[in-house]
Design a protein around this ligand. Structure first.
Ligand code: BG6
Length: 489
């Protein structure tokens, strides 16, 4: 599945060359691919935007951005190679003649051409149209698009339909950067290459599953986007649901893109919809007030630049999810995610059912459950909590919880964890879609999200304030899990 050598040159055309995503994520990732010798020598990276820059002016800007956003020093030798692949093209997406001129620069008949839309979704159709009408959409071309793909089921369906007029599904690469993270990929090997988990991954053995994705950052000036989105659509609809589907899916027939995605869609279609009657016991919304993060004062969401007075946008969500299929009936998944929480952390914790017979009730009346913790970020690794005898000479057993621990740093000291965008760019270049989201996955996830946001709206469920630097509106949000006599790990 993951072939790692590019043996062919290609053109990577980035719409939105001046934008934030390009500066912060794409260019640093491309530079690192160059450093890792993953970019073939005749490749061209063509930045597209509205500016009268020539190539050398563009290179200067790229260099400045790399210095700002690369987390490693810029090496002259690598920069020289990278720079030789950079080009800039001034294009107005509303002007079809610009696309016609672009056609003269590109060579889509012989070269693989990847169009990366680092642009808002309302521009997708016009760009696709420009490319289509200029015959720049033949089978050698691919488009890579970023979220948000719509803001509800209907709008997602419309976007998918519009794009599909010009590009086939096999040419469309919808990015969810969580799918490019090394530790997300490892979920597949953990589940499907280890019989101890493969055969015990169901409601007979597993009690419940917790998924936490917490962030320290606030909205980072992205008020225009975030006011309309909120944490539910910014994080749950995509990243958390992707993690959930990979954890919950049944084994695919093989590791090809459609086998994996078919199984993920089945999970999404089995999510029990939330309604007005149960939204209160299954979901909590929160919004950060001012507080302290890393010893520094931070403002409330309402005081962030651009935010409407009395905004009801949530920055924290906690949800109890039920999956109505044979494998997971009776096993709740608890999700929580929020901004301005005490630490950045993504983890999945699998709680196994308690042992049915306790032979050690003199030592431990209530033997703790086995607990598998998958640390996606930081301190990447996996640990398994087991119960162990404390070594001593007593004839009675004294037991204690201990951890079997694996971490990446000690086990793979020579292999660094690559950035999600590096991998996803490479996979899109190689034409492998398994790490990208298919149209029906996006639509199925929106159907479930819509059931929650509609219920929030019709029951007027507004966010509860929580202090920045705390774990959300804890007392209330913990009730979601505590009502089942379970507790956050
Ligand atoms: C993005 C969201 O998709 O993911 C951001 O739009 C969020 O709001 C980010 O901060 C989190 O990504 P990561 O990789 O830092 O966990």
């Amino acid at each position: 599945m993951f072939i790692n050598n590019t043996t062919q040159s290609y053109d990577l055309v980035i719409f939105g060359a001046k934008g934030d995503l390009t500066k912060r994520k794409l260019l640093p990732a491309l530079y690192k691919l160059e450093k890792n010798k993953k970019i073939f020598k005749n490749t061209r990276i063509i930045g597209i935007g509205r500016a009268n820059w020539n190539n050398s002016e563009y290179c200067k800007i790229v260099k400045k951005n790399l210095i700002n956003f690369l987390n490693i020093p810029l090496e002259q030798k690598i920069w020289k190679l990278f720079k030789s692949k950079l080009f800039f093209y001034n294009l107005d997406i509303n002007n079809i003649s610009c696309f016609k001129k672009l056609e003269k620069i590109l060579n889509t008949n012989n070269n693989i051409t990847i169009y990366y839309f680092a642009m808002p979704p309302n521009t997708f159709e016009i760009i696709c149209q420009g490319l289509g009408k200029s015959y720049l959409n033949n089978k050698n071309t691919r488009i890579v698009i970023e979220k948000p793909i719509g803001n509800c089921f209907k709008s997602a369906q419309i976007i998918n339909k519009k794009i599909s007029k010009y590009f086939k599904e096999s040419q469309i690469f919808r990015i969810d950067h969580y799918l490019g993270k090394e530790t997300t990929l490892n979920l597949l090997s953990l589940r499907f290459a280890n019989n101890i988990f493969f055969n015990n991954w169901n409601n007979k053995i597993i009690d419940h599953i917790q998924i936490t994705v917490s962030e320290k950052v606030g909205i980072e000036g992205r008020w225009k986007y975030f006011e309309k989105t909120g944490q539910m659509k910014d994080m749950v609809q995509n990243h958390l649901l992707q993690l959930l589907t990979i954890i919950a899916m049944s084994p695919p027939n093989d590791l090809t893109e459609n086998s994996i995605r078919d199984e993920k869609v089945k999970v999404l279609n089995s999510l029990r919809l939330i309604n007005n009657d149960n939204v209160n016991i299954n979901t909590v919304r929160g919004q950060y007030s001012s507080g302290i993060i890393d010893g520094k004062k931070v403002v409330s969401y309402l005081n962030e630049d651009g935010i409407k007075e009395n905004s009801k946008t949530e920055t924290f969500v906690s949800i109890r999810v039920n999956i109505d299929n044979n494998r997971w009936k009776g096993v709740p998944f608890y999700l929580r995610t929020g901004k301005r929480l005490p630490k950045k952390c993504s983890k999945i914790v699998i709680f196994f059912k308690k042992i049915p017979i306790n032979l050690f009730n003199n030592a431990f009346i209530d033997i703790p459950q086995n607990k598998l913790t998958i640390r996606l970020e930081p301190h990447e690794g996996i640990d398994l909590q087991i119960v162990n005898k404390v070594p001593d000479l007593q004839s009675e057993y004294l037991l204690e919880k201990v951890k079997l621990n694996f971490d990446y740093i000690n086990t793979f000291p020579k292999n660094s964890l690559s950035d999600a965008y590096e991998r996803l760019l490479l996979e899109s270049i190689l034409g492998n879609q398994s790490l990208f989201v298919r149209h029906d996955e996006v639509e199925a996830s929106w159907k479930w999200i819509d059931s929650i946001t509609n219920a929030w709206e019709s029951t007027n469920l507004i966010p509860i304030l929580y202090k920045s630097g705390t774990w959300g509106p804890k007392e209330i949000s913990d009730q979601i899990i505590n009502q089942d006599k379970r507790y956050w790990s």
